[in-house]
Design a protein around this ligand. Sequence first.
Ligand code: BGC
Length: 487
Amino acid sequence: MYSSFGKLVFLALLQINLADNDYKINDKSFPDNFIFGAATAAYQIEGGWNEDGKGENIWDRFTHEYPQYILNEDTGDIACDSYHKYEEDVEKLTYLGVNHYRFSISWSRVLPNGFSDNINQKGIAYYKNLIAKLKANNIEPLVTLYHWDLPQTLQDYGGFHNDSFNQWFADYARVCFENFGKDIKYWITFNEPKYACTGYGTATFAPGVNMPGVGEYKCMHNLLKAHAAAYHVYQDEFKTDQNGKLAIANSISGCLPATNKTEDVEAANREMEFTLGWISNPLFYGDYPEIMKSRVAYRSELEGFTESRLPTFTEDEKAFIKGTSDYFAVNTYSTTFAAAASEPEIGAPSIASDCGVEVQYADDDHKFDGMTYLMEWVTEHYNKPAIIITENGLGLSSNSLEDEERIHFIKNSMSRFKDALDKGINVFGYTTWSLMDNFEWTQGYSKKFGLYHIDFNSPNRTRTAKASVEWYRNVIKTRCLLDKCES
Ligand code: BGC
């Protein structure tokens, strides 16, 4: 998610590092094996919310029951109507010349009540058709199993807070591997776990379970176990035949220290551990980062809890979760700066107080500074994994087709990833968010990330290219961010 959530304290911090305008766009070609793509997610584009046997999910319920939390009371009921217009979407992707398309499967379209005893064949057919059309146009599907749209029935049983969640998810994943897996090389189990769990810490994001500082940790704990369960189902039952790779897509801003002072450097690291390490440490090393364990335990005790609000893994669970990431997927939209904060007062629990860092988003001159750093951090902390950018882009409120600002943003971001590649970091692909304007969660249709404009007032949901389409198409064709590249 781009900057929508709370914990940021806006300080007039001194921002170090190079100013944006001193920076030179990378003038070397992307290698032949580098892949370019575009992304979307089911609830944000499909519509057809109750068609052909699809079950209700938590975003259907939330937008219908709590319209006050969504700008203009928008819903994803019709969205871009991709349930009916997917062929046109693939034509747009083909025109762009992308190597891969990242989309997500709607769990309740495939399993209307979430459980694997009732499979909706029309839902299966929809994704099979989409995948076939992609393959026919030489576009690799990169498939997310969960992009925040939990079947409502499962939420009625507690959702991610139910300790059977791992089993439900593994069963759903098996249905997807069985039906689609022969055509899929890259799977993402969960999109942005941190935000998938946000709705267990606030009333204003689906499913709206308002348990800050407790609910998100419990949600994440079960999410990580569910990821591992799906990973093992794949290894045990499908890997030999299908030979795909699995990962989680993390949402992360490279966080730089506001100054060179040791306490700010530590603060920036703590912020990275609380946002990225929280998810990736268990996947790579079997457990949460030490700093998280000690901070949450310390504050929980002072708050009067008898045990840490951060749940613990058993030794068996650690062994089961460790080693369940075949590659590293990163969604990144910004840079943040961190400064040491005085210990937040003991009161209502929150993840922000557990972390105890003052964070601000970088201003325009510095917003790309953290991107190469992020690639370096991932490489250093997680044993040099193969990294793919699975989301990056710019949301604008304007309906203009002349989206120079977006081109500037994508060009500068891609340049930082290419810089990382030139430093020997294994970045193998880039995916822009998004192929087209779509339902931007609590911001409804007001914030537009698309390369293609969608006319949400027309029943046809007409797709029209913005300037960024020709620009990105040319980058893909020439493998170069400028008019000419060195090599
Ligand atoms: C999410 C998308 C969202 C995008 C822009 C990402 O965090 O995965 O669903 O639309 O950011 O905010």
